[in-house]
Design a protein around this ligand. Structure first.
Ligand SMILES: Nc1ncnc2c1ncn2[C@@H]1O[C@H](COP(=O)(O)OP(=O)(O)OP(=O)(O)O)[C@@H](O)[C@H]1O
Ligand SMILES: [Mg+2]
Length: 174
């Protein structure tokens, strides 16, 4: 069962999304997976790009992070572990994910998965579930986070810290 009281965060502009993704990048460990849902253009790739670039920057690297729209998967190595960035929109069958090697990656890489619904029942256990949606303004988004694995409780503390410094706000706090 996923967390009953999900975290709902306001991301009023792309810079805030980038800051939150950068903060989250420090909290992920090998074997952690983010399943990122949301309609086309909701900001899934923008979030993943900032997350990956932050991890690479920690290793002193700068790389382009293109959307894996056509390749389905892009992989990176941040010196500590592999990072898999997948966009499964075009996946026709969950079995294709096996061919991509995603199952093994779930075990020991950091995986960021856009359109995870394409995996059907083959979702990894213990993943962080995120949903992005359009906010009230053109450039605003609302991010909802849910989890059932207690290890993600650290996100609540991290986001509380960002809320205290005014960098993000919980939905309903304005
Ligand atoms: N607050 C915001 N957070 C993230 N992106 C934003 C925000 N406001 C505007 N944007 C813009 O929305 C667009 C999001 O595009 P992005 O490719 O990340 O979407 P996506 O969810 O990955 O779509 P797709 O389903 O096609 O992969 C970008 O152009 C980004 O600059
Ligand atoms: Mg995308």
């Amino acid at each position: 069962m996923l967390a009953r009281s999900p975290l709902r965060l306001q991301l009023p502009d792309p810079g805030t999304t980038q800051r939150l993704a950068t903060a989250f990048a420090t909290l992920f460990e090998p074997g952690d997976t983010l399943l990122l849902e949301g309609s086309v253009g909701s900001g899934k790739t923008a979030f993943c790009r900032a997350f990956i670039q932050a991890r690479l920057a920690s290793a002193g690297r700068m790389e382009d992070v293109p959307s894996p729209t056509f390749t389905l998967v892009q992989t990176y190595d941040d010196g500590l572990c592999d990072i898999w960035h997948a966009d499964l929109y075009r996946l026709l069958d969950p079995n294709e994910a096996l061919e991509l090697g995603l199952e093994e990656a779930f075990d020991d890489a950091i995986c960021l998965v856009e359109w995870p619904d394409r995996l059907g029942d083959a979702l990894p256990r213990g993943a962080l579930h995120a949903h992005l949606e359009q906010g009230a303004e053109d450039d605003s988004r609302i991010l909802t986070l849910r989890w059932d694995d207690a290890k993600w409780q650290k996100l609540a503390s991290a986001t509380a810290g960002l809320c205290q410094t005014g960098q993000i706000a919980q939905v309903g706090d304005d």
